[in-house]
Every structure is written in C-alpha cells, then in structure tokens.
Design a protein around this ligand. Structure first.
Ligand code: ZN
Ligand code: ZN
Length: 132
C-alpha cells in the first residue's frame, strides 16, 4: 500500500524528522493493535475517572519523542477520550504531554471516589436559576 511505502521511506529518517502522521501509521501496525487490545483487557476503565466508554490507550512518553517505547506496556495508560486523555495526558494540547500522568490520574480517581455530593433536591421548574 501507498501508506506502507511512505512509512518505509520515513523509517530512514531520524525520528525527529518524521512527520507525526507517519508515526501514527506505525503505531497502528498489527502489533500495536494487539498490544492495545491486551492493555485494554488489563486496564479496562479510565484510570482517572473510572468510566469505560470512549477509551483510548495513551502513550505516556509520546511515540514521536521515544519511538522505542511505542509497544512498551509500562508506557501505556487507559484514559477516556474526553476529558481525561486531553487533560491528564496532554494538559489540553496534543503538542504537550504529562510524564506524571499515571500518578495524577490515580490521585484524581482517589479524590473523586471521596468527593462530597450535595443531597438530592426535588427538581422544580426554577431549579436552573438557583433561587436561593
Ligand atoms: Zn476519564
Ligand atoms: Zn495521548
């Protein structure tokens, strides 16, 4: 395929010269699919919020920074797409990353499980206006 040929050519470039999307193509190799699936079995909910929908397997150190850790289980963490991947994995910018993501996500989860909730109030039609 064209994409494979392009990826093969780019493999000759130093990693910091490779276009990001080529690294993404590499990351979607059959080996990555397998590693990703195995990781999702082991860690099947967002580490930060505990939800299990729209999960993404995030590279703690991005593949563009260290391609050798692309398939390293210790470099992976399960996060939901939004907000946890965006916030904890990338501090709101996919040009950035958070090397302490696991520590922060686990702390957030621990805190969230101890959150203080207000007692449920009966809903009335003015409830959106915070009458008191
Ligand atoms: Zn989450
Ligand atoms: Zn990510």
């Amino acid at each position: 395929m064209m994409q494979r040929a392009l990826a093969a050519v780019c493999a000759w470039l130093p990693f910091w010269l490779r276009p990001r999307y080529i690294l993404d193509l590499r990351a979607r190799s059959s080996q990555w699919k397998k590693i990703r699936a195995q990781h999702l079995i082991k860690e099947s909910a967002c580490v930060a919020c505990g939800r299990s929908r729209e999960l993404e397997v995030h590279h703690i150190v991005p593949v563009s920074v260290d391609p050798s850790r692309e398939l390293d289980e210790n470099n992976l963490i399960t996060l939901c797409a939004d907000p946890c991947h965006r916030v904890f994995g990338h501090f709101l910018s996919y040009h950035c990353y958070n090397k302490n993501v696991r520590e922060m996500a686990e702390y957030y989860r621990w805190r969230m499980q101890r959150r203080i909730c207000l007692p449920a109030k009966p809903v009335n039609k003015d409830s959106t206006h915070h009458a008191n």
